[in-house]
Design a binder for this molecule. Structure first.
Ligand code: CAA
Length: 257
């Protein structure tokens, strides 16, 4: 698929999505959100893809937020439509993606950038990354799920401090708060993420998809996570992958998923 603001490569079952607007510090405009949605849709149905990594181009930024130039003169209706469309097309889509998504946070992850990283299942930051939700300094609030996902990840008090001060946090502090899973040197970031991805690729894609659904269900108002877990657990027993996983264990060999 041809895109103007992102690139997508596939190697050893790992897709690497790169947001490619380095001059604007990879700010997310509507076109980028649509292209990410379209590409993710294609990766979702491609059985060759087992894990998706997402990063920003250049050495400075993962994503420095929603594109401020694009929404600077929006009305109330246009503002709420921007948030709704973005959440639906990208942020919720990423959170509920059927394959693990890892954010390789290689620099500034601000506003919509941190919101994108938070929608991913796992975050790995480089030591030079800086993260924050600076929206209130612009007179708005996070609109791509940031008020919800930040509180889920680091707790309400810390989330409100980050949101109300609009200050950036270092990678080390983000790690302490549980906002990122790992912090590594910038030149090791992608290799580290690929090593994580390879560990996932050894496991059943169907079971991983079920596990993602169950964890997400626990954070959804209208779902009972325990009930979803029971259903998904049961469904696993009807899959080829369950036969392969259990047979391999009993035959003392590695499963082939
Ligand atoms: N939107 C549009 N353009 C942006 C941008 C953004 N979010 N962030 C950076 N850019 C552009 C700058 O305008 C600049 O472009 P020009 O060269 O054409 O002027 C270019 O990227 C480089 O940026 P700076 O010159 O500002 O670089 P710096 O090193 O001095 O500062 C920075 C880096 C601290 C990240 C600073 O760029 C910054 O504060 N950016 C905005 C961060 C922000 O407020 N993000 C939240 C956006 S609102 C949001 O995301 C809403 C939502 O939840 C839906």
């Amino acid at each position: 698929m041809n895109h103007s603001t992102i690139t997508s490569t596939l190697e050893d079952q790992i897709a690497l999505l790169t947001i490619n607007r380095p001059k604007q510090l990879n700010a997310l405009n509507r076109a980028t959100i649509q292209e990410l949605h379209d590409e993710l849709h294609a990766l979702n149905t491609n059985p060759e893809v087992r894990v998706v990594l997402i990063t920003g181009s250049g050495e400075k930024a993962f994503v420095a937020g929603a594109d401020i130039k694009e929404f600077a003169d929006y009305s109330v209706n246009e503002g709420s439509e921007l948030a709704q469309e973005g959440q639906q097309k990208l942020f919720d889509y990423v959170e509920h993606f059927s394959k693990p998504m890892i954010a390789a946070v290689n620099g500034f992850a601000l506003g919509g950038g941190l919101e994108l990283a938070m929608a991913c299942h796992i975050r790995v930051a480089s030591t030079n990354a800086k993260m924050g939700l600076p929206e209130v300094s612009l007179g708005v609030i996070p609109g791509y799920g940031g008020t919800q996902r930040l509180a889920q990840l680091i707790g309400k008090g810390r989330a409100l401090e980050m949101i109300t001060t609009a200050e950036m946090t270092s990678a080390a502090r983000a790690y302490e708060m549980g906002l990122v899973n790992h912090v590594v040197e910038p030149n090791e970031l992608l290799d580290f993420c690929k090593t994580l991805a390879r560990k996932m690729i050894k496991n059943s894609p169907n079971a991983i998809n079920s596990a993602i659904k169950c964890v997400n269900a626990g954070f959804s108002q209208d779902k009972d996570g325990y009930r979803v877990e029971i259903e998904e657990f049961g469904k696993c027993f009807g899959t080829e992958e369950f036969n392969e996983g259990t047979s391999a264990f009993l035959e003392k060999r590695k499963p082939q998923f």
